[in-house]
Structure formats: structure tokens, C-alpha cells
Write a protein that binds this ligand. Structure first.
Ligand code: THU
Length: 133
């Protein structure tokens, strides 16, 4: 499936990010197994640790809509660097994605790198460890 729709959804969410403290806007878009797209952005808080990541918001939107499987996810950030998901978000993605699921990392101009979940979170702990598939 084309990445364009995923990128556009992430960009739209990024434009609505609430990031007055870091001024670093992030958008994310998840494609569920049913093909639908769920987007999210980072939402910061004056009590800094309470802020949420874009990936976290997108996954929450997916779950709230009734989807349970991430087929692929795209994250778009600002600047020159690769905005790969933070450690906690890699674990959040793991909960709902297979090891081979693709994680696309984009800048304003488009996708820069694509990783598999297994590359970003090798030897992951997950639902299988608890026999709760
Ligand atoms: N952030 C995300 O939303 N996703 C990432 O993948 C990296 C970081 C947010 C958290 C915080 O609001 C800001 O970017 C700076 O760390």
C-alpha cells in the first residue's frame, strides 16, 4: 500500500501537535490490519513527564476505534535527525505489531528510513511472554 496516505495523516496530526515546551512537533500515523489509518501527535504538559508521544496518541486512537493490530506506522518529526520512536513507544508498538512490522521515519520532505520493529526492539518482551496473545 502507498505510504502517501500514511505520511499525509501524520503530517496533519503533526501540525496540530501541542508542544509549547520542547517546540518539537511530532506526528504519527498507524495503519491497522483493516487498512484504516489512525493518527496522533505529541501532547505536552506543564508537568513535563505527563506529556504523551505522537505514537502513543496514534495507538490510543487505533485501540479506541476497535483495531488491535498495527500493520505499519509512520513517524514524522522536525529537523535533520531521524525521529525514531522512543524506547517506551517501541514497547507500545510491540504490543500490537509483529516483529516484521515496518516503522517509517520521516521528515517534512518524506520518508527517510524504514526499519522493522525487530530492528528497533530486538529480543523484545511482549504478550507472548505472558501467554496472553
Ligand atoms: N516525541 C514524540 O512524540 N515521538 C518521538 O518519537 C520522539 C519524541 C515527542 C515527545 C516530546 O513532546 C517531544 O517530542 C520532545 O521530546
Amino acid at each position: 500500500m502507498s505510504l502517501d496516505a500514511l505520511f499525509e495523516a501524520a503530517r496533519q496530526a503533526q501540525a496540530r501537535a501541542y508542544a509549547p515546551y520542547s517546540r518539537f512537533r511530532v506526528g504519527a500515523a498507524v495503519r491497522g490490519r483493516d487498512g484504516a489509518i489512525y493518527a496522533g501527535c505529541n501532547v505536552e504538559n506543564a508537568a513535563y513527564p505527563v506529556g504523551t508521544c505522537a505514537e502513543e496518541s496514534a495507538i490510543a486512537a487505533m485501540i479506541a476505534a476497535g483495531e488491535r493490530r498495527i500493520a505499519e506506522i509512520l513517524v514524522v518529526g522536525e529537523g535533520e535527525g531521524l525521529v525514531t520512536p522512543c524506547g517506551a513507544c517501541r514497547q507500545r508498538i510491540r504490543e500490537f505489531a509483529a516483529a516484521g512490522a515496518r516503522i517509517h521515519v520521516a521528515g517534512p520532505e518524506g520518508v527517510r528510513r524504514t526499519f522493522t520493529l525487530d530492528e528497533l526492539l530486538p529480543f523484545a518482551f511482549g504478550p507472548d511472554n505472558l501467554n496472553a496473545t
